[in-house]
Design a protein around this ligand. Structure first.
Ligand code: UDX
Length: 444
């Protein structure tokens, strides 16, 4: 079976490699010719562990090839995975223009049966509408099926997640299409759930929204834990030992970011309001997330006696480790708030680069940790890269003017940091109150 993957972003490249690993002959298509020529050289245009090596391997073996010519790609492949982006419109609903343009090409160039697999995250009901849409754009009536097959991969572990998913969700009403999908996923060891297309679409949104709910719940509890001098990570550990709760996504921090949670929750809220429903829990999930970084920044500001004219080193730009993705990164919100508090900010990230709109402001990106912390009054850790967990903290301490360390991801060990000489503050953690009361001595 020959498979075409349309859209060479995170999901598309990873899906193409997963399918090639599964033994299928795969064509990767993207409208962006620069992206295709970079991929032809074996270079993935974003940072994601493991993709480059596997891309080169499958390009060399001929299992995968990439192209920007859509007509021949559609003609030569029987199965088409749609992995194009669905960015948010101003009202929070997903923009389906890339889906429609891919579907229009399929409708125009298909000459025999096609199985069209929608991996892109699309509003509930889209797969059903896409069937009518393609049929109405066909030049002559050629049979096809549209199947919903949502993607659950995480950035930073995209390849592993694609090859070892917890489940494969397939939304189709047609037995034959379901059978073909089972064959495509034959090499992947995971349970397969066959549902109606609409249900599959809802599973994707509901899963992301639920994971975000877990995070916001812990983030809100962390604020109370601060006041009660309880460590939120210990609470999470005790909760997670109950298998009904599960140990994952209970880590408190300065909020979730990324290309999926914020966008998908907005889309779900938008779908609900379009049907005269309110998802009040989700509204609060968003509210907690939108205020989390500012809640902690205000707290920390009190501790250092104001950020005005203070030198602050921000560790981490990306929304999570092992990616250079800055979309909805809480680190960017933190930096903007620091600027409005008139702090002088130096930023370090092992991979990600400051976006243009921030690099012209009083923020400087540093290539080394040493450069970022020299003379700093405080460090704010925003992304839990291993780079920081295993940094030489004694050296960092020796370079700073004042050793205030604010850990926005609870990534560091408080005892170890205190031994290294820091005044350490995390999210939802007990802290030494005497240090707070003697603040004026700590920071003249
Ligand atoms: C998410 C979903 O996990 C994935 O299934 C879906 O396909 C796409 O969206 P991703 O956005 O890549 O994946 O990253 P994820 O690991 O889920 O983290 C999202 C955000 O939540 C990050 O900002 C992360 O730092 C934060 N997070 C995660 C927490 O704050 N606490 C946690 O316990 C887990």
């Amino acid at each position: 079976m020959n498979i075409l993957v349309m859209g060479m972003g995170y999901v598309g490249i990873t899906t193409a490699l997963m399918l090639a690993e599964s033994g299928w002959t795969v064509t990767g298509y993207d409208v962006d010719e620069r992206k295709i020529s970079s991929l032809k050289q074996g270079v993935v245009p974003f940072f994601e562990p493991g993709l480059d090596a596997l891309l080169s391997q499958h390009l060399n073996s001929g299992q995968l090839h990439v192209t920007s010519s859509v007509k021949s790609a559609i003609k030569q492949n029987q199965v088409i995975f749609l992995c194009v982006g669905t960015p948010s419109l101003d009202d929070g609903s997903p923009d389906l223009k890339y889906i429609h343009s891919a579907a229009e090409s399929i409708a125009r160039y298909m000459q025999e049966y096609k199985l069209i697999v929608v991996k892109s995250t699309v509003p509930i009901g889209t797969n059903g509408r896409l069937t009518e849409w393609i049929a109405s754009h066909q030049i002559s009536a050629v049979p096809f099926d549209v199947v919903s097959n949502p993607e659950f991969l995480r950035e930073g572990s995209a390849l592993y997640d694609s090859l070892h998913p917890d489940r494969i969700v397939i939304g189709t009403d047609h037995k034959c299409a379901a059978r073909q999908m089972r064959t495509i996923y034959n090499a992947i060891n995971a349970p397969i759930l066959i549902t109606e297309p609409k249900t599959a679409e809802m599973i994707k949104y509901a899963s992301n929204a639920f994971l975000a709910t877990k995070i916001s719940y812990m983030n809100e509890l962390a604020r109370l834990c601060d006041t009660l001098q309880i460590h939120i990570d210990d609470v999470a550990k005790g909760m997670g030992m109950d298998h009904r709760i599960g140990a994952h996504f209970l880590k408190a921090g300065i909020g979730y970011g990324g290309s999926c949670f914020p966008k998908d929750i907005n889309a779900l809220l938008n779908t609900a309001s379009g049907h005269q429903h309110r998802l009040t829990i989700l509204e609060q999930v968003v509210q907690v997330n939108n205020t989390q970084h500012a809640f902690y920044l205000d707290k920390w500001e009190e501790i250092v006696g104001g950020f005005r004219n203070k030198n602050v080193a921000v560790f981490g730009l990306s929304f999570k480790p092992d990616t250079d993705d800055l979309r909805e990164s809480p680190s960017l919100s933190m930096i903007s708030s620091l600027i409005s508090k008139r702090a002088s900010v130096k930023v370090h990230d092992p991979v990600a680069k400051l976006p243009a709109q921030l690099s012209s402001s009083p923020v400087e990106q540093c290539d080394s940790i040493d450069e970022a912390v020299t003379g700093a009054d405080a460090i704010i850790l925003c992304t839990d890269w291993n780079h920081y967990k295993y940094a030489d903290w004694s050296r960092i301490h020796s370079l700073m003017k004042h050793p205030f360390l604010f850990d926005g991801k609870n990534a560091l060990n408080r005892r170890e940091m205190e031994v290294a000489g820091f005044h350490y503050f995390g999210i939802g953690q007990p802290y030494e109150t005497h240090k707070l009361t003697s603040r004026s001595q700590l920071l003249p």
